[in-house]
Design a protein around this ligand. Structure first.
Ligand SMILES: [Mg+2]
Length: 191
């Protein structure tokens, strides 16, 4: 029985907007984890990179479009008494921009400022604790492999939303959907 659902933001609740290759080019971080890289450089360089990142994220947030059916899905899940979380590696500011733009509400939102980030299990475990739910009753929905691994590392189940082509790591997902409207049927399949 699923009693908590944790959504990724970019590419999951909103249509994919951030072009990660051009983001990496602009930051000069072509390989490795961008958030980890920010932690590894000196203060001046970190401030420079963060200002680039914030500009790109804020532009993406202001221009974001919701995935079809996203708002209706959240209303339906809330009406069923399911706890709703938003977990993203984006900044708190860009999350607030998107939530205000579309009048979306979550029981909890965790951003990269809030501590260990995906694929660490910590954010999913933190939300499960906050909701007093065992991780097995929590489902994570995302469009990237880190979303899936974060959920599995915590003992939660993972749904992959495919936006474009099927990625090579799609087999890591417990369920695969191509549209958010498929999610209620997925939940019903989980005993
Ligand atoms: Mg995403």
């Amino acid at each position: 029985m699923i009693r908590g659902i944790i959504f990724d933001m970019d590419g999951t609740l909103t249509e994919p907007h951030i072009d990660f290759q051009s983001l990496r080019r602009e930051l000069g971080v072509m390989v490795g984890d961008i958030v980890d890289h920010l932690k590894s450089v000196d203060d001046a360089e970190r401030r420079r990179l963060e200002s680039i990142l914030h500009r790109i994220e804020e532009d993406a947030a202001v221009n974001a479009t919701l995935q079809p059916g996203a708002a209706e899905l959240l209303d339906l899940l809330r009406a069923r008494g399911i706890k709703l979380g938003l977990l993203t590696r984006n900044s708190r500011k860009s999350v607030e921009t998107v939530l205000a733009k579309f009048s979306l509400r979550f029981d909890a939102t965790l951003t990269r400022e809030d501590g260990p980030h995906k694929p660490s299990p910590e954010p999913v475990l933190a939300l499960a604790r906050r909701w007093n739910l065992p991780p097995a009753e929590v489902l994570a929905v995302g469009d990237y492999v880190y979303d899936l691994r974060c959920a599995h590392n915590a003992g939660a189940r993972a749904v992959l939303l495919i936006n474009d082509k099927v990625p090579e790591w799609a087999h890591e997902a417990d369920f695969v959907i191509h549209d958010l409207s498929e999610l209620p049927a997925v939940i019903e399949r989980i005993p």
